[in-house]
Design a protein around this ligand. Structure first.
Ligand code: FPP
Ligand code: MG
Length: 301
């Protein structure tokens, strides 16, 4: 059993300090440490375990998400459920949530734990809202709500967590920054799904269409398509799709302007993240957080 967990941790990329070996970007822990520095923390080593707890929660959510989405690939390699089975992936996710809570508890603050766990609740609520929902009743606002719940909630807590330990005065701008950046991040992810080929994505292209998800770029694409084209797209939901279908979706996302429209919306969220940063004192950490906004946007370019 020990060997199983060691392998699981190796695969998902978390060790005791939250380092990764599985190709993740470590955005959430990086943002947590930058936020601590930006509001005056002097010894960032004190916050490494706080930061690591957010990566642990993130990887736990992905392990469970890959079960829900029946995804065999994650970060260009086998997902936990793909490598073993759903059983191992669910338990592996549970294990990583427990590890995160233990690390959070080291800060002797119920608030730190409660706020981090609030993001787990919000992630689950977001997923549950869409469970068995009539796809045609889903609105653009619902899609933004899902991005906020399933992705931005963890960004917002990772960014604002240091405020509970260092200086509460900056809690709101840090939360706002994480919330807006997290939505932009999810929109970029959704755009990449329908604009990039499988080789670049590290997972099958147009997976969201295949899974019957309604993301912002898919909603915009449906808005733009009519007649047989719209029917062709809708027929791909929860069905087989060929390489030619994938190439057609990527072409249509571009040709119809759906990609451009989704990118413009993403930039609005990125701008609001940037505006939130101006409420923090000037520092190299604040500049680095600003740089992360560009990194998130460039990922989608
Ligand atoms: C990825 O979305 C999914 C998430 C960001 C959140 C998933 C959350 C849960 C399953 C709730 C349970 C949470 C915990 C911590 C146990 P996606 O499918 O659009 O992204 P992908 O393409 O990377 O899979
Ligand atoms: Mg998924």
């Amino acid at each position: 059993m020990d060997r199983l967990w060691l392998d699981a941790l190796e695969l998902v990329g978390v060790d005791g300090a939250g380092a990764t070996r599985a190709g993740g970007k470590l955005l959430r822990p990086a943002l947590c440490l930058m936020a601590a520095g930006a509001i005056g923390a002097t010894d960032l080593k004190r916050y490494v375990r706080l930061a690591a707890s957010f990566e642990s929660l993130h990887i736990a959510s992905l392990a469970h998400d890959d079960v829900l989405d029946r995804a065999l690939l994650r970060r260009g390699a086998a997902s936990l459920s793909g490598l073993w089975d759903n059983h191992a992936a669910v338990l592996g996710g549970d294990y990583l949530v427990a590890r995160a809570v233990e690390m959070l508890a080291e800060y002797d603050s119920c608030t730190v734990i409660a706020k981090a766990i609030r993001s787990v609740r919000r992630m689950a609520e977001g997923e549950l809202f869409f469970f068995n929902r009539d796809r045609d009743a889903i609105t653009h606002e619902d899609c933004i709500m899902l991005a906020r719940q399933k992705t931005a909630s963890l960004f917002a807590e990772a960014c604002s967590a240091p405020s509970y330990v260092v200086d509460e005065a900056y809690r709101e701008p840090l939360f706002e920054f994480g919330d807006q950046l997290g939505i932009a991040f999810q929109l970029v992810d959704d755009i990449l799904d329908v604009t990039q080929p499988t080789e670049k994505l590290g997972k099958p292209a147009c997976g969201d269409v295949l899974e019957g998800k309604r993301t912002i770029p898919i909603m915009y694409l449906r808005d733009a398509l009519t007649g047989a084209d719209r029917e062709r797209l809708d027929a791909m939901e929860n069905a087989e799709i060929t390489d030619a279908d994938r190439a057609w979706i990527i072409e249509q996302a571009h040709e119809t302007g759906a990609q451009e429209r989704a990118e413009a919306l993403t930039r609005d969220f990125a701008d609001r993240a940037r505006a939130a940063l101006t409420q923090l004192p000037e520092s190299p950490y604040r500049d680095a957080m600003d740089g992360i906004i560009d990194f998130v946007l460039v990922r989608g370019a």
